[in-house]
Design a protein around this ligand. Structure first.
Ligand code: ADP
Ligand code: MG
Ligand code: MG
Length: 883
């Protein structure tokens, strides 16, 4: 088997398409090399070795050693050097690279091959001893951190002490001699901590580093990241070993990262940061404040530090050419890593760049306009879930802003919350239902859970490409990074800002669009959905087959959904219309009445309210379909709880509080989810269904008069398991329709259908379809009843299931296609067999989940229905599913 793939010198054994085998980084290094771009030569150990490693008690295939040695020799041939040979010193980097990029999850070791002897050779050969000792010190620190698991902080301490002793501000101020001394201190520390000296044999170093990369696939951070991003463990990582090039060889050397377009706004302009005389992650780590790449960006940022364009014009020009070429080649915005060694440019990485939703839209629309991609590709490029970010509020420009600091606009959107200083605090507070802003000096992969829990992230150090910025953009959370004017004191729980001292728990607002940090809570504005957003939506609408409706009861939600492009209401939960004001009292009266007459009296109060609600909904939906579900109350939610509530309802009903209390007790259910709800209520108390049907039809007549366009209400009976249940209720609905038509002289078109939310209904769908004119899959209840898992109680164990790998995804979030989906498929087929023109839709939470939507397309549903905020997501997901 071929376990090792070489690249370099204008050639490569792999290519961009080999990501599964070589990982993203390795595949793209190979591709760049084949394109003839300046890539330091190297080789990739495949992900199959990782699989082998874990399947065989952490050991390697027998042929690996020989293949690695041959590949090392090939690097030597290209560079004219030899690994481990002090006379022709070859140093390498050892870099992880999974299939999907996992930023910061796996660690890289640079300058590998240095030891007490070769460091002298490096100094001689480069004519720069300072550089040699700086490299060695970095190597010891990285190697210890990644491979020997000796925390890098022990070295930071030594470094800080030495800086203080000398009165230095920056690492770059150390002389060669001082760095040599620092290395001696480091090595002493290693020996003291680990009980053995720092390994000197380059081959031993190399194999230890390779082993550490493979082992890191199973470290806690990587596991968390994979869980959050649904990356299967079985993929494994590749290892890249590559000849070192040096950005820390003095003032003509540099290292940097760049995007071919602005990852925050999408603007078509090279965008990035670099540092002179630096190496590796220095830019990202926020050790010094980085410089802009282009002059234009420097001027826009008002920075007084010169741009790359100014300081290294030749390397800059070459970089611009290469970045444009790579963008054309990959037909997507690229995220690039580069190093300049004594004026010579080297490319170290390219990949499709992460971007905000706003940038993604702009880039897709503009690339389609540039004919770089097709419209359909533009639609396919947008992650539907990311649209969420655009639907976030921004700060009202008219609001008064008490600015207490500012940093970089690292991830857009505005957020308000209590200050917390640790990720654990963020998680605790959010579990308790409080909104928090996570405030840190900088973040690391250990903060992922806190960042998830927070509304927004604020850091005082780090640039646009810092960990906080990259991860926040990925999560769609507002982030302000590098707010240098703020002082965080984690120990005492304070944030000092322009003379103001804020404590943990105080409210702040961050504006990820401007980088401002504001005191207190600030008025927000709803987002603008025109421009690129509207363009992509239009292209999506041209592509999709399924309709998108919304789940809405209130006029406000219905209007919002219309503005988001909803094509009707797929689910109007009538019980939600009774929660507030006088209505709940009348509703309680109705539920608690123990005679039909009592119920009818209460229903008579509810009828006009119900009718006027429907008129308004019909008007807003102006001729679009509206599905109204008959009452499906979790009765217990409506029962009066406090003494006051009981007395209020008793007075309204003219009965004693005692009697009412007794009645409340008899209504108690052990398992309300499987209790007296849905159509069961309509069978027990047909007058409820009659009132609702009457309200619907009267409203339809009224709305048709007002708007001039006919409304075709779809009356939906919930929780049907038996055809006879549906028949029973439908008879009442039809009777009400007849009455209203006779009274008004207007003919009303309407449909009667049912939810499919019980396994029995799915299995007997062919029979139920004899009566039902439409099915709407109520996948929340269908998931509940198929799994036998109560949704309200599931959180206590489903998360454990996920963590232990027993399930991959919460079935209440993304449809369980194998099980619940199978029932949907069966019911759809059986329903169509009986009634070919039957209308099919979905109205559970899953109607707004892209993966579930793609399944709905496959089954051939006519529409999906989801909450108003998810309508744009569903429109896009439906389009992507249709291609
Ligand atoms: P990550 O996956 O975290 O981006 P990388 O493997 O890309 O890690 O390494 C991080 C950084 O280390 C790179 O951006 C680059 O600056 C530096 N680096 C890696 N390999 C080399 C090399 N062969 N020569 C010089 N610098 C390197
Ligand atoms: Mg990288
Ligand atoms: Mg239901």
């Amino acid at each position: 088997t071929k376990w090792v793939f070489s690249f370099g010198d204008g050639r490569a054994e792999g290519k961009a398409g080999d990501k599964n085998l070589l990982g993203g980084k390795g595949a793209n290094l190979a591709e760049m090399s084949s394109l003839g771009l300046p890539v330091p030569p190297g080789f990739t150990i495949t992900t199959e070795v990782c699989t082998h490693f874990y399947a065989n008690g952490r050991s390697y295939p027998a042929e690996l050693k020989g293949q690695v040695e041959a590949a090392l020799a090939e690097i030597g041939r290209i560079t004219g050097k030899a690994f481990g040979d002090p006379e022709r010193l070859l140093l390498v980097s050892v870099r992880s690279g999974a299939r999907a990029s996992m930023p910061g999850m796996m660690d890289t070791v640079l300058n590998l091959g240095l030891n007490d002897e070769t460091v002298e050779a490096l100094g001689r050969e480069s004519g720069d001893e300072r550089f040699a000792w700086d490299s060695y010190r970095r190597f010891i620190q990285m190697f210890c951190d990644v491979v020997l698991e000796l925390d890098h902080e022990v070295f930071e301490e030594i470094l800080e002490e030495e800086k203080d002793r000398k009165g230095y501000e920056l690492d770059t101020e150390f002389s060669a001699g001082e760095l040599r001394h620092l290395v001696a201190l480091y090595k002493e520390k290693v020996e003291a901590e680990l009980g053995k000296p720092f390994p000197q044999d380059p081959h031993e170093q190399l194999w230890a580093a390779i082993g550490a990369v493979f082992s890191s696939w199973m470290n806690a951070r990587a596991i968390t990241y994979r869980r959050l991003h649904n990356i299967p463990e079985s993929w494994g990582t590749a290892v890249n070993v590559q000849a070192m090039v040096f950005g820390n060889m003095g003032e003509t050397s540099a290292t940097g990262v760049a995007f071919t377009r602005n990852p925050s706004t999408g603007e078509k302009a090279l965008y990035g940061e670099f540092l002179v005389n630096a190496q590796g992650e220095d830019v990202v780590a926020g050790i010094r404040t980085p410089q802009n790449i282009t002059e234009a960006a420097r001027i826009a940022a008002g920075s007084d530090k010169p741009s790359l364009e100014k300081v290294m014009p030749d390397a800059y020009r070459e970089f611009v050419t290469i970045s444009q070429r790579l963008e054309k080649h990959y037909r997507d915005m690229q995220d690039l890593e580069f190093t300049i060694e004594r004026g010579r440019l080297w490319m170290l990485q390219t990949r499709s760049g992460k971007r905000t939703a706003k940038a993604a839209l702009k880039i897709a629309v503009e690339m389609a306009a540039e004919a770089l991609i097709s419209r359909q590709e533009a639609v396919a490029r947008i992650d539907p879930s990311s649209l969420d970010q655009l639907l976030h509020p921004t700060i009202d420009p008219k609001a008064t802003r008490e600015v207490i600091g500012s940093g970089l606009p690292a991830s857009p959107g505005a957020a308000t919350g209590e200050i917390v200083f640790t990720s654990d605090e963020a998680e605790e507070a959010s579990k308790a239902g409080r909104k928090v802003i996570l405030v840190r000096v900088e973040t690391s992969p250990e903060d992922i859970h806190g960042m998830h829990a927070a509304e927004g992230i604020l850091t005082t150090r780090g640039g646009m490409t810092s960990h906080a910025a990259v991860v926040a953009r990925g999560m769609g959370k507002p982030c302000v990074s590098g707010a240098g004017g703020l002082r965080v004191d984690t120990k005492n729980g304070t944030l000092m800002a322009m003379g103001v001292t804020l404590k943990k728990g105080d409210m702040i607002t961050i504006d990820g669009g401007s980088g401002q940090v504001l005191k207190g809570k600030v008025a927000m504005l709803q987002p603008e959905l025109s421009g690129d957003f509207a363009q992509i939506m239009q292209w999506a609408d041209e592509t999709r087959r399924m309709k998108v409706r919304t789940n809405a009861e209130t006029p406000a939600d219905a209007r919002m959904a219309r503005s988001f492009g909803a094509e009707g209401i797929g689910l109007c939960r009538t019980e939600h219309m009774f929660f507030d004001g006088d209505r709940i009292v009348a509703m309680r009266e109705m539920i608690l009445a123990d005679t039909e007459a009592g119920r009818r009296a209460a229903l008579a109060k509810l009828l006009p309210m119900q009718r006027s609600d429907f008129v308004e909904l019909f008007e807003i939906m102006a001729g679009l379909p509206v599905t109204i579900r008959l009452l499906d109350p979790p009765l217990h939610e409506f029962l009066p709880k406090t003494e006051e509530e009981i007395e209020e309802v008793a007075a309204a009903m003219g009965v004693s509080a005692d009697k009412l209390r007794h009645r409340t007790e008899t209504l108690h259910e052990f398992n309300p989810m499987l209790g007296h709800r849905g159509c069961r209520l309509a069978v027990s108390y047909p007058e409820i269904a009659e009132m609702q049907a009457r309200a619907i039809f009267e409203a339809a007549v009224e709305a048709a008069k007002k708007t001039g366009s006919a409304v075709v209400p779809e009356v939906m009976v919930p929780l049907v398991g038996l055809k006879s249940e549906l028949d029973f209720v439908k008879a009442r609905i039809d009777a009400a329709a007849k009455e209203v038509m006779a009274e008004t002289g207007v003919t009303i078109d309407y449909l009667t259908g049912t939810m499919i939310e019980l396994p029995r209904a799915a299995l007997r769908a062919h029979v139920i379809a004899e009566t039902a004119e439409f099915f709407s899959f109520g996948t929340n209840d269908l998931t509940q009843t198929t799994f036998g898992i109560s949704r309200d109680d599931a959180s206590s164990f489903l998360e454990t299931y996920r963590q232990k790998g027993v399930i991959e995804q919460d079935p209440f979030v993304s449809l369980d296609i194998d099980g619940v989906g199978e029932l949907v498929r069966i019911a759809a087929d059986k329903g169509r067999a009986t009634r070919p023109e039957i209308k099919l839709g979905i109205c559970g939470e899953h109607g707004g989940d892209p993966a579930s939507i793609s399944f709905c397309e496959e089954v051939g549903l006519d529409y999906v229905s989801c909450s108003p905020f998810r309508v744009p997501i569903a429109r896009l997901a439906a389009a992507q599913a249709a291609v």
